[in-house]
Design a protein around this ligand. Sequence first.
Ligand code: MN
Length: 319
Amino acid sequence: MKKIPDEILNCLNNNQRFLILLHQKPDGDAIGSAVALGKGLKQLNKTVDYYIDLPLEDKLVFFDEIQCFNQSLQDSYDVIVILDCSSSSFAFAPVEMPVAKTKLVIDHHKSNAHYGDLNFVEITGATAEIVFRILRGLHVELDEEMADAIFTGISTDTGSFQFSNVTVDTHAIASELYAIKTNYAHLSKRLHTQKNIDQMKMTGAAIHSLEILDSMPIAMMILDHDAIIKFGGTINITDDVANLGQNTIGVSITALLKEIDPGEYRVSLRAKYPYDIHEIALKYGGGGHERAAGFNFSGDINQLKRDLMDVYENQDGES
Ligand SMILES: [Mn+2]
């Protein structure tokens, strides 16, 4: 595990008044990193304010420290720390940005633009891994909430330790968290498995609709408008639903169609290597990545099926 550079630790040690910012729509890594670093700085008798994009996803609303989010801001700070955010335009920041001597960026995204006065960017599983190493470097003693915060960051950004971004450091840090709290099963279930009853029923409706296209490794799921209304609206369609098609053995491409208004669909596409579904999303005016993309759609579903089958037929055998 590489040491955190002294200039980063000195910046945190030798200043007094901090403001913590995150990316817009903060995820588990952003929130976990903020809670752990904020509480760590307070333990060193620093003052810490947070300016965070609310509301949070339900599964993240359990840290006591959240009560300190978005209290009144000062006009100036010694340091503004921006966590888990690859560019300044993606940061959630006050319209009137307080002045600060130093803008410190701490992040794990390869694409980070190094937009701070001081930047610590390393490709790790989660920003929370870096925050853990910083807290160790500052000789902060982690309490159970801080351990939960680091675990939340790592666990959410690594898909519960399933993604290819997991390293020996990820597990080394996780193992150190067990010296602070002996059991993370409850937290893991909260972050990855538990849903409210409407979210459960919505997921069930999506699975019930699962269809394999013409014996190809392509899955389609449709949540029709009635199902979406019946189970509490699109807010209850959890992130993992599109992945369920992909979890079906033999499936390489999945389309989840959400009928947000009658005849109007929001389509989420997922693909496994080597298939690239980004082009279909572009064709329909959407966007995304090679393996995860989305677009709005109101046309003929049979044409969409044809397009998906063409991706498979045209890209099959390529690598
Ligand atoms: Mn992250």
